[in-house]
Design a protein. Structure first.
Length: 259
């Protein structure tokens, strides 16, 4: 991760970041003093508002990245399963629409889908499909009435996987199937016509919120799936061709570089 790269945070999940810090014993700043708060749920360590304000998101990002991050590209070659991933590359952000427009459909969705296409040190294709909250985005506004476009019938299965953090998927799916559907949604969501007839970029599709060309990202991984060779035929889906390893999870942060 570049140490002096100027940028701005466009997504930050306070809840998930604090959960990762707590679960991994990460001390964000040794200068901070904590207070013990006792409530119905028991005792817990909590930073006071004054002391919390001393720590910037950038400092938190660097501490978490240093504690949990090794060599991101080499880790993508490891057999896994990975539980944390970070890196830098292009990130496309769209609304996650559960079903297509209709008389009973509310366009104002709460979820976003972040797709990052990257590669391991050995050149292995890796797709990140990250599901988060539109409320955690800063500086971007989702369209209130997006034009109609393709939505996935597998959206409920994807939602169940994400909501359970990978613990549950419907019986009609297995890990590979739901991961493929998550990737298909990330690459085709909001498109018109057959998948072989459109450019594939998120900017050409409905439901698109942002395209971040150079983005520092970190995410927790709920499903780390390597596709079985020969099982999947993507000849009629050019954007899916070559898909090999799919990570489904939730973003901790997105930071646009050079913005």
């Amino acid at each position: 991760m570049p140490k002096k790269s100027a940028g701005r945070f466009v997504y930050w999940s306070e809840r998930l970041v604090e959960e990762v810090i707590d679960s991994n014993g990460i001390r964000v700043d040794p200068r901070l003093k904590s207070i013990v708060k006792v409530g119905a749920g028991g005792a817990g360590v909590e930073l006071s508002g004054h002391e919390r304000s001393k720590v910037t998101r950038f400092e938190v990002m660097r501490k978490v990245s240093k504690k949990l991050g090794g060599d991101p590209l080499s880790e993508l070659d490891a057999p896994g399963p990975l539980h944390f991933v970070q890196g830098q590359g292009r990130a496309d952000v769209t609304e996650f629409q559960r079903r297509g427009p209709g008389a009973d459909h509310d366009h104002r969705q709460e979820a976003c889908l972040v797709h990052v296409l990257t590669a391991s040190r050995r050149g292995r294709r890796v797709d990140l499909c990250l599901f988060g909250s539109l409320g955690n985005l800063t500086g971007y506004t989702a369209p209130e009435e997006p034009s109609p476009g393709w939505t996935s019938s597998a959206a409920p299965a994807i939602e169940e996987l994400v909501a359970s953090r990978g613990a549950r998927i419907p019986r009609s799916y297995d890990d590979e199937t739901v991961a493929v559907e998550a990737l298909r949604t990330a690459l085709r969501h909001g498109a018109h016509g057959e998948p072989s007839g459109w450019p594939g970029r998120a900017g050409t599709r409905a439901y698109t919120v942002a395209g971040i060309e150079s983005c520092q990202y970190a995410a927790v991984v709920y499903k780390d799936v390597t596709l079985t060779p020969g099982r999947w035929d993507f000849r009629h889906e050019p954007a899916m061709s070559g898909a090999e390893r799919i990570l489904v999870g939730a973003p901790l942060w997105l930071r646009a570089i050079g913005s």
